[in-house]
Ligand binder design. Structure first.
Ligand code: ZN
Ligand code: ZN
Length: 302
């Protein structure tokens, strides 16, 4: 009898908890007005497991950025006159690399639902000699802060909201570092990354899809930072911090529901249209894992 009562109480509690989560109403009216969408995709959020040795979270103790903290950070907002994302290739690119950059531009435009322009490539021929160095295996590296300071800061076109450079050459941040994946100044809304390590040194048809998947992740993650999104601790998410390529590969090309709430609150796009376009893009580009996750989100809001 006592046990039955206890069991009933447990079920009752579970029922109350379940109804609470189904009827969850967000404190912010902008998000509450889209509760069917956000409650739907929240069911697909996968919790973060413990970090592996060498992972970002093993080395950095970060605090979760709540929705209210995001609003309080006064993130940069687009205006009618200033809303374009600019991507600037730096160096010499093969036709296949140009193709992967164009595919990444298309993804970025869909991800943020903002016009995204791939600028003509800027040659690095005229860079001062002290901005290059050659590694023992012969590959050339470019000094990333030089690109940031000379080509990007203060050079966002008038209608631009961010400017991100993609270097053909590998990057290094200072003389005593081996390399760096990228460098950014979020205050100035600019950043630079390199395709070199994302394509496993040389891009070919065999690693094209892997490179595109990584480029898409790096672009959405870095530009996400420029819109004041912090690293995500809520779930497996494109905004998870990353210390190495293996960790970048493990993170999904999907924003969790908490990060999507922040980005939507800022940019006010059509959530369903965005999701459908991401699904269509991943199907077209044969990005199978991304397609699986995004289709699941689309099914959850159907
Ligand atoms: Zn980051
Ligand atoms: Zn997230």
């Amino acid at each position: 009898m006592f046990n039955d009562m206890k069991l009933t109480a447990v079920f009752l509690l579970l029922f109350v908890a379940a109804s609470f989560s189904c009827n969850y109403r967000h404190a912010d009216p902008v998000i509450a007005a889209r509760k069917a969408y956000f409650n739907g995709i929240a069911r697909n959020d996968i919790p973060l497991g413990p970090p592996q040795e060498g992972d970002w979270r093993a080395a950095h103790k970060e605090k979760e950025q709540t929705f209210e903290a995001y609003k309080a950070a006064r993130p940069v907002k687009t205006t009618a006159a200033r809303s374009v994302i600019y991507l600037l290739p730096v160096g010499e690119f093969t036709p296949l690399q140009e193709k992967v950059l164009e595919a990444m531009r298309e993804y970025t435009a869909i991800f943020f639902q903002l016009k995204t322009v791939l600028l003509p490539a800027r040659s690095d021929d005229a860079f001062p000699p002290n901005t290059f160095r050659q590694r023992e295996d012969g590959h050339i590296q470019v000094l990333a802060p030089y690109i940031l300071d000379s080509l990007l800061k203060g050079h966002i076109p008038n209608d631009g909201i961010t400017l991100m450079a993609i270097s053909a050459q590998d990057l290094y941040p200072k003389s005593d570092w081996n390399y760096v994946f990228g460098l950014a100044s979020y205050v100035d809304q600019v950043g630079v990354t390199s395709i070199y390590r994302l394509q496993n040194e040389t891009l070919d048809t065999a690693n094209y899809t892997t490179c595109l998947k990584r480029l898409n992740k790096v672009a959405s993650h870095e530009i996400g930072h420029m819109f004041s999104l912090h690293h995500c601790l809520h779930a497996q998410c494109a905004m998870n911090g990353s210390n190495n390529l293996g960790e970048t590969d493990r993170a999904p090309n999907r924003l969790c529901s908490a990060c999507q709430q922040k980005l939507y609150w800022n940019l006010r796009y059509d959530n369903q249209k965005r999701l459908q376009e991401l699904v269509d893009y991943c199907r077209q580009q044969q990005l199978q894992r991304d397609l699986y996750l995004l289709q699941k989100d689309l099914d959850a809001i159907g």
